[in-house]
Unconditional design. Sequence first.
Length: 224
Amino acid sequence: MAASVTGAGYDDAAQRRIPGYSSLARLAISLVAGFPSLAAAGAPLLVVGCGTGAELSEARRQRPDWMLTAVDPAAEMVAEAKARLAQAASAVSWIEGPAQSVPGESCFGGAIAVLVLQELADDGSKLDFLAALARLLQPGAPLVLVDLMGGGSGLNSAIEQQFQEALLRFQRSSELPLPGVDEVPLHPIGEARRSALLAAAGFSDPIRFYQALGVEGVLVQRRQ
Ligand SMILES: C[S@@+](CC[C@H](N)C(=O)[O-])C[C@H]1O[C@@H](n2cnc3c(N)ncnc32)[C@H](O)[C@@H]1O
């Protein structure tokens, strides 16, 4: 999903293009909410690449006591998220910039990054991003990642090809144009590369909790 589709347009496009998108925020928040590091009232959650605020508003719905920090470099997305949160926006700490620029160490009890890692090139940027999240998380804290995957998912290649083609059919049948050249290019990676980057950044092996064709959600924990 490309970030140049913004606001109400972004939410509609995400729902049409990402199979299962309308459940992702609820799934992600439900998952991290069970961890001890987020159990206490007022526990700190980092929402990375907050976009138009889907995960923030779900976090407020499920755990209005959490201290939320939202980070996103796109000013127009942050503005949309603030508008969506309405009065609750003042209860969120907003950081307009990339996650790599957020200062601090071990300050968050959990983090969520839905459809963000896929936007970063695998030229050191993905590793820098994941290393920043590991630095910001408390030992043992959960991180939810959801991204479009590339080749090497572990499925046999004929099935993988079927999945990629089915995703294109799913997107075409949405009656929206396919992502245009003006949109943020995506850099999907395979399962082995994702595991290697996560290990190098200081995270545990990923456990898949969601898959819809080539879009996968995994849970990892910052190593102790
Ligand atoms: C496809 S949108 C996903 C938004 C939201 N998480 C959702 O699921 O609808 C990706 C978002 O990640 C943001 N982003 C890109 N690089 C980032 C980085 N290094 N740190 C934090 N956010 C980033 C983009 O600006 C964009 O708003």
